[in-house]
Write a protein that binds this ligand. Structure first.
Ligand SMILES: Nc1ncnc2c1ncn2[C@@H]1O[C@H](COP(=O)(O)OP(=O)(O)OP(=O)(O)O)[C@@H](O)[C@H]1O
Length: 320
């Protein structure tokens, strides 16, 4: 069974004046996916989010949300989305309940269902205790929950969150991440962030944009192995002379690590693992360890995005 596609961006480009900031970007998000959207500053994340949420038109290409074309039927397409911008659009002078009721009406929740929608959003975001408090008087973590509650008040299939944990303390970060993971069970979530460890903690998929072009979209598990194809670490009790090892077809280089350990680099497109294991058995080399070193998301990011690495673990995040 193929999963339901909820977001489709096809060949989207965008220019500002004669400067092209998005080039032929295509991706889709299926039901239940939590997609982390990563890229260096100025790579085009916000521009993509704005096009996706219908607040900016693409210069070329097509956007569909829940199967509805954003350019042809913007009101219907936007109803499929909930959006938490980087700075949540909160009114500090309203109580949480008043504000969420207001958002529900804005989102065209029918009058008689507003209260139920508000209570459900509050329950999902852990806001039951603060309904009557002024937004200006609750903590930043609770304010962020209110921002998420307004994004899901109309129960949209797709939720878009822009830097949702910025400025929170470690406990709040942990709570908001747990909430986002939970949201991922009922909605598709697109999460823009600079924090690599956040992507690893929350997302099922990751996408990297660089200079306005997508350079990777992968499942989070595939990602760690994405660039590991080129190396092996082996340990041998009775290592042969190096030229015997390096003679195995597909091996580009050998880097001795001492005590019978070697880092083996593959030739492009080759995988000498089987040949190596075979030679070790025939030659009685005492092969007792064979591992593929996994790259961190940071290393993968560096390989693909090049310019600059986003934060991996800001000081405030240590305990999260
Ligand atoms: N309204 C605009 N007019 C002109 N240039 C713009 C406009 N909006 C964005 N840009 C340019 O487009 C490029 C992509 O910007 P965008 O905000 O999408 O990047 P980003 O990946 O979200 O970066 P950051 O992480 O710093 O927010 C940048 O060079 C930016 O200066």
């Amino acid at each position: 069974m193929t999963a339901e596609v909820l977001v489709e961006i096809e060949n989207v480009s965008r220019s500002f004046g004669n400067r092209q900031v998005l080039r032929d970007v295509s991706f889709s998000v299926v039901k239940g996916e939590v997609l982390g959207f990563l890229g260096p500053n100025g790579a085009g994340k916000t521009t993509t989010m704005r096009i996706l949420t219908g607040t900016l038109a693409p210069s070329a290409g097509r956007v569909r949300v829940g199967g509805i074309d954003m350019l042809q039927q913007p009101v219907r397409a936007k109803a499929q989305l909930g959006y938490l911008p980087e700075t949540p659009p909160l009114n500090r002078d309203l109580t949480v309940d008043e504000y969420l009721d207001f958002c529900a009406r804005l989102r065209r929740v029918p009058g008689r269902q507003v209260r139920a929608a508000r209570e459900q959003a509050k329950a999902r975001c852990g806001l039951q205790e603060v309904g009557r408090r002024l937004i200006g008087n609750i903590s930043k973590g609770f304010q962020q929950r209110v921002g998420i509650a307004q994004a899901i008040i109309h129960n949209p299939p797709v939720v878009i969150l822009d830097e949702p944990t910025v400025g929170l303390d470690p406990i709040q970060i942990q709570e908001i991440r747990a909430l986002i993971r939970e949201l991922g069970q009922a909605h598709s979530v697109i999460l823009s962030t600079h924090i690599l460890s956040e992507v690893q903690a929350i997302c099922s998929h990751v996408q990297i944009i660089r200079h306005g072009e997508l350079v990777l979209k992968a499942g989070i598990d595939e990602l760690a192995t994405h660039l590991t194809g080129a190396h092996l670490e082996i340990a041998l009790r009775r290592p042969p002379p190096a030229d015997q090892l390096s003679g195995i077809p597909g091996i580009a280089a050998l880097h001795p690590q001492g005590e019978g350990r070697w880092l083996v680099t593959f030739q492009a497109g080759a995988d000498p693992t089987d040949a190596l294991v075979h030679s070790a058995a025939i030659g009685d080399w005492g092969l007792y360890e064979l591992t593929r070193p996994r790259l961190s998301l940071e290393e993968v990011f560096l390989e693909l995005a090049g310019d600059e690495v986003p934060e991996s673990a800001p000081a405030q995040e240590q305990a999260a």
